[in-house]
Design a protein around this ligand. Structure first.
Ligand code: FES
Ligand code: FE2
Length: 458
């Protein structure tokens, strides 16, 4: 155990995430791991959020080089299905061909016109430019050029669409604009090993919310990398969800995670609740996955009942066997961050993907996408959710598809985000001072970012 973890144990004796989860039974090896290496505690300059030059360089040194999440496999189920992935001014068209996935720069080989509108998806027999009707097959090979006698200088064999790397893992599709990038599997580092017990290929996007947020993409994302703010911004959570006692693990350059206990009071809670009260008011992000409330049998905990209920539902409704999964693997908020910009929550009680991107070329605005996943029904009949998009001044709570509790939490975060953005510009200090443990993953993210930006050697 590192000094840092020792420190947490000292502060919350018997009540760290590992203590709470350990009381449920033996932890599986992946969840038993704790890793939080010592870090350089220097301040991080606000220039990383407010400086236009830094933002511009992020496109060159981060967004053009990383494997980035674009969509789920089920968005591209049939040959001809396409989806446009946008990041700032960069844009990729991803298509499903007979032979698998392909991705192309979303720009015509004739005079550059965008081939498919930003943010669009659908089905196409081929890829046709809307300007002069040059056409490509789904595999990117040239199909036809109107008045081709005008182009004796174009070799059809060399006029295919310019390709972008694409690959998928665990039902998630990633693209990389860098032709020299390492394979996706290598980029994912420890994730495939950690996700052996969480196969998300049998799940699908049941709701997809997209919101425009009032802050730099990093600022928006970092609110999800610590629960230090929870008792003050989301006080209603403290009775039934851990926060300051969360576990923060840093595994590798691109991967970190936090583990947050559900169905147990936070060390910051002001009132004590019985196990039954805890279960009755159990607040889980995707409440529909839990179903009816039950009674806590003598000697059992709210966490145990909740996990049992969820296992039964997975078995009866979806034919999925979760009997070998521990209580925390079923119900806790288990959240992996993959550099640069996604969070994956694999536990069936709260299974979702969150993505944070710059909104166009505005350093002060971000696009937040939340994909809530449900198991595919046994009969294989399901519809992938269409995106519900809301503007900066609209509330998550206005969306019927959102769990009301999660919606109110996200709305609280949005208000703070605006204040933080304004305060960064108003700062006389010009830098942020992060806590040693609870905000360690933000610091780790900035360390990796610094390496990509070549501000510190990798
Ligand atoms: S710009 Fe695409 S066909 Fe002319
Ligand atoms: Fe929050």
């Amino acid at each position: 155990m590192s000094d840092m973890q020792q420190l947490m144990r000292g502060r919350y004796p018997g009540n760290t995430w590992a203590d709470v989860a350990g009381r449920d039974g033996k932890l599986p090896p992946v969840l038993a791991q704790q890793r939080n290496p010592d870090q350089d505690l220097s301040d991080i300059p606000f220039a990383r959020y407010v400086d236009q030059d830094f933002f511009d360089r992020e496109f060159e040194r981060v967004w053009k080089l990383v494997w980035q999440f674009a969509c789920r496999d089920e968005h591209l189920a049939e040959p001809g299905d396409f989806l446009v992935h946008d990041i700032g001014r960069l844009s990729a068209v991803i298509v499903r061909t007979q032979d698998g996935l392909k991705a192309f720069y979303n720009s015509c080989m004739h005079r550059g016109t965008k081939l498919k509108p930003s943010g669009s998806c659908g089905w196409s027999a081929d890829i046709t430019c809307p300007f002069h009707n040059w056409q490509w097959n789904l595999d990117g090979s040239l199909k036809s050029i109107p008045c081709d006698f005008e182009f004796p200088h174009v070799d059809p064999a060399r006029a295919g669409l310019a390709e972008i790397r694409v690959d998928s893992w665990n039902g998630m599709v990633f693209v990389n604009f860098d032709s020299d990038a390492v394979p996706l599997d290598e980029y994912l580092e420890v994730l495939p090993e950690h996700f052996r017990n969480w196969d998300l290929r049998g799940w699908y996007v049941a709701t997809h919310v997209r919101k425009h947020l009032p802050g730099n993409w990093k600022l928006a994302m970092e609110a999800f990398m610590e629960a230090y703010h929870t008792p003050y911004v989301h006080p209603e959570m403290t009775n039934v969800v851990g926060d300051h006692n969360m576990q923060h693990d840093i595994f590798s350059r691109h991967v970190s995670r936090d583990l947050c206990a559900m169905g147990t009071a936070s060390p910051t809670a002001r009132t004590a609740m019985s196990e039954q009260e805890m279960l009755d008011t159990m607040l889980v992000g995707d409440g529909r996955m839990v179903g009816e409330r039950a009674v806590v049998p003598k000697g059992k905990t709210a966490r145990w009942v909740m996990a049992e209920q969820l296992r039964a539902r997975m078995r009866d409704q979806y034919g999925l066997d979760y009997s070998g999964h521990s209580v925390p693997e079923m119900i806790d908020s288990i959240k992996y961050h993959l550099f640069p910009n996604i969070m994956i929550y694999p536990a069936p009680g709260l299974c979702l993907v969150q993505q944070f991107r710059p909104d166009g070329h505005d350093r002060d605005r971000a696009i937040f996408d939340q994909y809530v996943l449900h198991p595919k029904p046994r009969d294989g009949r399901f519809e992938v959710a269409e995106v519900e998009e809301i503007a900066e001044d609209e509330q998550f709570a206005s969306l019927e598809s959102m769990d009301p509790f999660l919606a109110s939490v996200l709305d609280q975060d949005t208000d703070i985000m605006r204040a933080q953005r304004e305060g960064m510009y108003a700062s006389g200090k010009g830098a942020q001072t992060l806590s040693t443990y609870q905000e360690s993953r933000i610091r780790h993210f900035h360390h990796t970012l610094g390496e990509y930006m070549k501000e510190i050697p990798a």
